[in-house]
Every structure is written in C-alpha cells, then in structure tokens.
Design a protein around this ligand. Sequence first.
Ligand code: ASP
Length: 329
Amino acid sequence: MKVKKFLFSGIAAALTAGALLSTSALAQKDWPTKSINLIVPFAAGGPTDSVARLIAVPMGQALGQTVVVENVPGAGGTIASTKVARAAPDGYTIYLHHMGMATANALYDKLPYDPMTSFEYIGQVADVPMVLLGKKDLPANNFKELEAYIRANGSKITMANAGPGAVSQLCGLLFQSRMGVKLTNIPYKGTGPALTDLLGGQVDLLCDQTTQTIPYIKDGRVKAYGTTTLKRLPAIPNVPTLDEQGLKGFEVKVWHGMYTPKGVPKPILDKLNAALKKALNTPDVQKRLADANIDIVSQEKMTPNGLKTHLDAEINKWGPIIRKSNIPD
Ligand code: ASP
C-alpha cells in the first residue's frame, strides 16, 4: 500500500514536472511575446549607449518585438552588471557591456557577481579604438607639448573618466602610470557627460572611444594627442598613435559583448544570437560603425563561446597589468 502510494505520487509528480516542462518549452518557442530590455551600464549619449541604440532597432526587427535601451550608469558599469546578474533569466533582460566586464575584477575588492559564472553569453559585438583628448584651449598642441605641460602642472590638470571599470578610467590610469604622474581624476556616469564637460572646457583631458569623438576632433573642438591603437586610424590619419610618440605598446581596443543573466534557456539564447548576428550584418549598421572606425567582430567571435573565451583571456590579461599600474582614483 505504502509502496503503491509512493508510486502514485511519483507518477503524479512526474506528470506535473512534464506539464511544467512542456509549458516552459512552449514559452521558449513563443519567446519573445513582449519588449526586451537592453541594459547599458553607462549614461545616455555615450559610446556604449550609441552602439546599443544602433543595434537595438535591427535586433528588435529580427525578434519581432521592440528592444528598449535602459541606461543603468554608475560605479564604472558594476551597478548594471549586478542588476543584470540578479534579473529573471527569461530572456527579457539582455546586456551590452565592454571590456569593463573583464577589468572590474581587478579594480574592485569584491563584486556581487562573477563575470565567468553569473551570466550567459550571446556573442562579441565590436571593437572600438580610443583617443587621448584635451579641451580646445589647453596650451599643449601636440603630445610633446602635453608631456611638458603635464610635468609643469601635475595634479592641477584634471582628467575625466567614467569610474573604475570604465575604459576611460583604464586608459587614463595606464597613461598616468606610463607618464609617472598623478593627475586629478574626475569620475562621471559615462563619457557622454564627460565629453560635454571637455567641450565646455570644465575638464582638461579625457581618453574616450571614437564612437562620437571623430567629428569634434575633425572640426577642432577638442585636441587629439594620440590614439590607443598601434596603427593610425583611417578617419583621423593626422593623429599619431601614442605608441609612435614614445608610449611603446600602448594599446587599448574596447571590445564589447552581449550577455543575459545566468539560466536563460538555450533556445532563447540561440534566438538572441541570431538576432545579434542579423543586426550586425545590416549594411546601415556596418556603415555607421565603420564611420566611427569601429570594427565589427568576425562571425566566429559573434558566438557565445567566442565571447566567453575572450572574456576569460581578458580577465587574465588585464588583472596583472592593472595591479602593476598603481591605480589613481
Ligand atoms: N563606454 C563608457 C560610456 O559609454 C565610458 C567608458 O567606459 O569609459 O560612457
């Protein structure tokens, strides 16, 4: 009798589990049935926001639902990463972040998430170069003059960044470490507002991505002292690299990845990956990214494994460099 009861409840449980499984399989098949939130870890109007908004529309078209960009700025992107790690794994929260996903590990004592275990990976997106910029009326007209100006003025010079974990902060810290100086570092919620202040002359220096800086460099509204690439950029060929001006090997290429919270079912991840690929292969997206000297990644990198492998390598690459650099605040 007892055995029978046990057997019966076992069968009932199996049936319930089966029903649940088929419901969730159905939900996965129908997904998405409502709009999807694309979290951006920096302020609106900045480089990460721009890339996100550029791909949100074609991704939404591919998925048949709107992809809504939500800016969750602060603490160099770690507030947004925490929010995404804690979000429901239903595919309605997706996340675009750059290499700060790898560098934050070495910049913070303890993070409430683990980049290697708290997320699912959709794929890499694009690589963006950076430029060291100065406000228009900074007396230094080239890198050599900037060096002299920095030696003479030291911490009187202000340098903007988007907080620890932001690439502007990483670039700034590497620059100051290589120059052997400590400037006054000013954190913002993104380089969108930092660039506004650079244009307004409220801050002296900013290392920013090319996403929206090229027009300002071309029309002389900011000074460009050097690129963080080993080759000059086709869009601004007159701006030398930092490498060729004495900072040998100075290279920061800002790679981007798309994530979801851990536990999103594979069929949904596959749909997201297909939509991302479709968006990045759209001629309009390709043209707009190319205009800003942004490289779309290879099809191989546009995969969950392409992102995960790269993230792992980048955590191992940047940890020792950051620890050796004696981070300024
Ligand atoms: N990419 C960030 C932004 O969109 C800033 C940064 O990482 O420096 O504002």
